[in-house]
Write a protein that binds this ligand. Sequence first.
Ligand SMILES: Cc1ncc(COP(=O)(O)O)c(C=O)c1O
Length: 397
Amino acid sequence: MENKQVGFGTKAIHAGNVKDSVYGALSMPIYQTSTFFFENCEQGGKRFAGEEGGYIYTRLGNPTASVLEDKVAALEGGEAAAVMSSGMGAISSVLWSVASAGSHIIADGTLYGCTFALLSHGLTRYGVEVSFVDTSDPAKVKEALQENTVAVYLETPANPNLKIADLAAVSEVVHAYNPEIKVICDNTFATPYLQNPLALGVDVVVHSATKYLNGHGDVIAGFAVGKKEFIDTVKKFGIKDMTGSVIGPFEAFLILRGLKTLEIRVQRHCENARKIAAYLAANPKVEKVYYPGLESHPGHEVAKKQMRDFGGMLSFEVAGGKEAGMKLCNSLKLCTIAVSLGDAETLVEHPASMTHSTYTAEELKEAGIPDGLVRMSTGLENAEDIIADLEQAFEQI
Ligand SMILES: Cc1ncc(COP(=O)(O)O)c(C=O)c1O
């Protein structure tokens, strides 16, 4: 696609596409092959030596995955992207690529549960030092920087309490200290439609594409996006040698299909979340609503500055605590109790016993994740129907 000025929806449909010169297929075909033949041994040798383009083996690259990578790089405004078989595959491939024994990583305490586990119980086993700090305060990040710091890792909005970090401010303090330190941002909750961390100074964006990017609840996948040199390292070392987190061509195809509607889906998710948050905020049976679109949210102003809209995720605490929250979830008829997010269906879950069960009770408290918190991924149903379902469930408690 020549014109870089086209809108997000146009890019999501056209960027990175290659014309199928063999059969003229409009949709990118699924190259369901593990390996690629060489015309002769000399050609195979040249491809391995990087002296000639072309594919070798799907763990090292695949045409369906390549189109997807180019599209996501365009959507995030990055030089290159690497697609992986899960969000955790992307996060671990990136972290293995930046850290080694003796290095130091700064991360926020509020993270998706398995990312928190990877940092707090995983990498630390291999001699990596990790400091958990409140990244919503750039001064605290500055204070935590050390000579051996190699990465600052954050999520914004964060899972599950929608905490916001100021991406430009954090990137500035980190790079002023040492431009080599990688600021890494998990952009899963926002999607590239709502927020482009690279444009704000972040070095690497990671995604669980399982969520909004695919959008249909039928794929597990992840991405890393950033400078080509770094993404090449993630591919050649992080994925190829360390995690082997390779996407299947069929999954790549499904994400290509999902991305065509990303913009309109996210717009609807945002519209629904706004209406549901307003309903919950006015409900006397709700103690607190966590949604960056509410003026009462501590990160509201920063979110307004760095996001196009506030996203489809929200959390809330029901008066009566965990027991009341569980009862509410169990009483829902349209909304489904399930982890994951960004699907067409509205999903609710209890972070303390599900997605964030990797945290101890003390760690949850420290991270500002209350025991009674209910997380909702607003779906694409009609908002009035979701609200009516909540209303009948509240009547049960
Ligand atoms: C913010 C965030 N990042 C990363 C992940 C991990 O992604 P995956 O399940 O695709 O490995 C999740 C999963 O829920 C998530 O919510």
